[in-house]
Design a protein. Structure first.
Length: 149
């Protein structure tokens, strides 16, 4: 059965795509959930319109992410944390602290863009990846210094 996707479906396609799927999958899942509609000439014209709008929205989002990446790249990220004499932190530095350092510098970022395998547990310079957009990823340097309080 030919269908037009109304929203992004993982493993199947993106909003506005015209696809051939099995009858049961479309009748029992996609159409009742509102994820797709049957393909007709009118629906295909609507799909073209949906794709055009989605491409414009994606381009605007990508441009905003690039502008944010330039601002972040020129801003030093320094985080003060309590540490032992050997340089091990009492606790750790995670995404929340990185976002706080960015906010202190006047940059607003979302917690979900910070990609860390594990929290930072030592003093020094560390590389952290930010995924601002699916097409805009950047590595920033985070300096963790001792908080001599």
């Amino acid at each position: 059965m030919k269908i037009v996707l109304r929203s992004n479906v993982d493993g199947l396609g993106k909003r506005g795509e015209v696809l051939d799927v099995s009858d049961g999958y479309s009748r029992n899942y996609l159409i009742p959930q509102g994820l797709a509609m049957r393909s007709t000439p009118g629906a295909e014209a609507e799909a073209t319109s949906m794709r055009r709008v989605e491409e414009q929205r994606n381009a605007q989002s990508r441009d905003a992410a690039n502008a944010l990446a330039q601002r972040i790249g020129s801003t030093p990220m320094v985080i003060a944390a309590r540490a032992s004499d050997e340089g091990r932190l009492f606790g750790s530095v995670g995404a929340t602290e990185i976002i706080g350092a960015a906010a202190h510098a006047g940059i607003e970022i979302d917690r979900r863009v910070v990609q860390m395998d594990e929290p930072i547990k030592e003093l020094g310079d560390h590389s952290v990846t930010l995924e601002l957009h699916p097409e805009v990823k950047m590595a920033i340097s985070v300096s963790v210094i001792s908080d001599e309080a």
